[in-house]
Design a protein around this ligand. Sequence first.
Ligand code: SF4
Length: 483
Amino acid sequence: MEANGSYFNEGGGQDGPFDRLREECGVFGVFGYEDAASLTYYGLHTLQHRGEESAGICTSDGHTFRYHRGMGLVKEVFDKDRLASLEGDRAIGHVRYSTSGDSRLANAQPLVFKTRDGDLAVATNGNIVNAPMLRRELEQKGSIFQTTSDTEVIAHLIARSESDFVTAAKDALRQLVGGFAFLILTNDKLLVASDTYGLRPIVMGRLGDAWVFSSESCALDTIGADFVRAVEPGEMLVFDAMGYRSERFAPVAKRALCSMEFIYFSRPDSQLYDVNLHTARKRMGMRLAEEFPVEADLVSGVPDSSISAAIGYAEKAGIPYEMGMIKNKYSGRTFIQPSQELREQGVKMKLSAVRSVVEGKRVVLIDDSIVRGTTSRRIVKMLRDAGAKEVHLRIASPPFKNPCFYGIDTPTSDDLIASTHTVEQICEMTGADSLAFLSQPGMIEAIGGAFTKEASGGLCLACFDKEYPTPIGVSANMTSCGC
Ligand code: SF4
């Protein structure tokens, strides 16, 4: 896998050259491993695609917290000496992406607090929908917030509680509405929790006698840990000197794992419950070929996240798969974005069409999603400029029409092209010869596994069908990630 962390995120900001969706954060935790910081470093490095703006690790040896956070990629924030200084057999780590205005060190995680009961560190992935309301209430009671991050809310809720730490954490988690996966560290305990819908994934693994936790299973593979299971919705795991126990802070509300994890966010080598991501994406491509066949000479995928679906489409359609587009592997974070003028001149920072492959050919181009439509228009033009005779755009997910409130950075409905335009209009705007989206039932079936056993597929599909699993009130935290 790529070392520069640009695996899926096309970067460039919402106004940048590529308007991809962005996962907000990744978390990784360790309990009971001598050099927990190094293990966390490798875990975070594997999760880099989930957040490139900041990284942090907090460790404990059972008595003392040590932590470091910084802006930048994991490999930029940590070096050998820094890791060596983070002693301890337990650790939590975090990679974060944020919109530029909110991208500051104070919000980098893990957040670390001093409470009357000792040190407390928190790392989260996701978004707390009712955070603004809880924050107002806490401030009225005298809490002073150090950051603009929603994650701080849980620390204040725990700190204000009269109960013991585990009870306080359960009470605090019960008050949160939204999609989140939490790692909470004290000197003697590590808590791991998932929201009551299971919106944001977190899995546990075993490495010898140690326990490890990760937003995605691919990070377990990197460090040689065995996958044990996913943390269940509403479950809180408690690790301490006594071993570990599973507690419930709330019953399962309704399973609603983010379907975009399957479509786009997670790495293809990750496993969500019983489903491998590459295999699910390949099935989406196959189903897309069944639903929307077209006569063509070759199938190509927008790298990297659409490659699996493109392979599936090609296999089902009996059309050769070709590498019609190449991604620049070293463009994950570019501090100098091309000016509008250079962009118009075709400066290709991130993707290029392969002329010798597409020239004179009818191309089926598979993409995982269309957000604002600007990426699709540029890619279609790129292929035409390289001599493609026809470009048929096939999208391996339904039209993305509604913003996300659970930790994914999405534009408002007005800027989501599928919210304001018909498929025909989008096709015309992108300049493609034809355009089709995978149906929602087709997508659920393609994801497969346990997800087909429930009416909703056990998935959150709100960005497609507006059926938000949680209440979304007027005070909803709509400003992207709350990590
Ligand atoms: S609204 Fe969309 S992006 Fe957000 S959690 Fe649900 S499926 Fe995922």
